[in-house]
Design a protein around this ligand. Structure first.
Ligand code: PLP
Length: 396
């Protein structure tokens, strides 16, 4: 029996960059001690107080079907959070609770794209993006960015690419680059969206992980609230990756239509998970800062280590739990470097090529291991790169 084109082509055109990741997993399974700098997940588990709230909700009876668009109290809490942090008045009717940010990305593309429509996304990109767009039946068109611009989208290039497209997906703070889009970049993007009548899907799942400056949501820019769907999540801000709880915030009409989509797909998010998310949101900014603190610390450690050498370049790492390192001076591709580093040093990093063409010659380092081990691994990585570039320059 034949499967649909849509479902069999979700991963079409994906890179092989996952080989390093898979190889590291096999080495670990074989008992080899590998330092894992690939994983985009906290090295702590969900806080026991959140789990206690989840347990109290479940044992208290919240195990039946929950309200499909989200329980009113959580929708209100998300609305209040966005009103306060972006200045855009946001009501319950602007919020749909989803099973994580990933479901939000899929649903948002379904909401704005008809089959065959062109949906833009920024390269380098979070690994699921092109597949998510294709899963929604749209055509994924990358906007290539450049290392010289710190991988920030350039409005002029966007303008040229946007002809005939219906949406643009952006992500700030960014995975994989760790770069945060400033006001100028966002205004440039917003201008093109307004001129070319594009929906903006703004993935803000790392909004609590900003190390320099402030997180700016493009929904707050003039004329953008009516054309922006913000994707949010409890995963990164509250170390609740496994709970699968996130949201889409957008115009009321879009959220009402998305609620119909939720009825036919997810049928909502478990009530006890939503109660736990509400408890976690009510813990306030201090708790979010506590969750983000290890990455803030490790970024400073990385700046110190990388500041002591000249071989490996560090992109402005202003947010999220990742660093993007430029290893082009070794003469190797990101993929070749990552394989060699794994083989010789037993350190696993993601090749830039895993995240698209734009980040070739780079590697992504996740700051998700204990500080001392992280600092050591970075030092070894830099020494390794220095040894290779020494070899290369002798050869030249
Ligand atoms: C940029 C980005 N968006 C969305 C997600 C999905 O997160 P979740 O579905 O856990 O909310 C991730 C997860 O790593 C991510 O890095």
């Amino acid at each position: 029996m034949k499967l649909s084109h849509r479902i069999t082509h979700i991963n079409e055109g994906g890179s092989d960059g996952w080989e390093v990741f898979d190889r590291a997993k096999r080495m670990i399974a074989d008992g080899i001690a590998v330092t894992q700098l690939t994983i985009g997940e906290h090295d702590i588990r969900t806080d026991p107080t959140i789990l206690a709230a989840m347990n109290a909700s479940a044992t208290g009876g919240h195990t039946g079907y929950a309200s499909v668009p989200g329980i009113p109290s959580l929708r209100d809490a998300v609305a209040a959070r966005l009103s306060e942090r972006t200045g855009v008045p946001t009501r319950r009717e602007n919020v749909l609770i989803t099973p994580g940010g990933q479901a939000g990305l899929f649903m948002a593309h379904n909401a704005v794209c008809n089959p065959g429509d062109v949906a833009l996304f920024v390269d380098p990109y979070y690994a699921t993006y092109p597949g998510t767009i294709r899963a929604a039946g749209a055509v994924a068109r990358p906007l290539r960015t450049h290392a010289k611009d710190a991988f920030l989208p350039q409005a002029q290039e966007l303008e040229q690419l946007a002809e005939g497209a219906v949406s643009l997906l952006i992500n700030s703070p960014n995975n994989p680059t760790g770069v945060v889009y400033g006001r100028e970049t966002l205004e440039g993007i917003a201008g093109v969206c307004r001129e070319q009548d594009l929906w903006l899907i703004s993935d803000e799942v790392y909004d609590t992980q900003v190390w320099k400056g402030d997180h700016i949501s493009p929904r707050a820019l003039p004329g953008m609230a009516e054309r922006t769907l913000v994707i949010g999540s409890m995963s990164k801000s509250h170390a609740m990756t496994g709970s699968r709880c996130g949201w889409i915030v957008g115009p009321e009409e879009a959220i009402a239509a998305l609620a119909d989509l939720a009825v036919t797909t997810t049928y909502g998010v478990a009530g006890f998970v939503q109660d736990a998310a509400l408890f976690a949101l009510n813990a306030g900014k201090e708790f979010e800062e506590q969750i983000a603190a290890p990455f803030r610390r490790r970024r400073l450690l990385a700046q110190k280590v990388l500041g002591n050498q000249q071989v490996v370049g560090l992109l402005p790492s202003d947010g999220a739990m990742y660093l993007m390192l430029d290893i082009r001076s070794t003469g190797m591709s990101g993929e070749a470097f990552a394989h060699a580093l794994l083989e010789e040093e037993h350190i696993a990093v993601m090749p830039g090529e895993s995240f698209g063409i734009a980040a070739a010659g780079h590697i992504r380092v996740a700051m998700t291991i204990a500080d001392a081990e992280f600092e050591q691994a970075l030092k070894r990585l830099c020494d390794f790169a220095a040894a290779i570039s020494g070899r290369e320059s002798k050869r030249a």
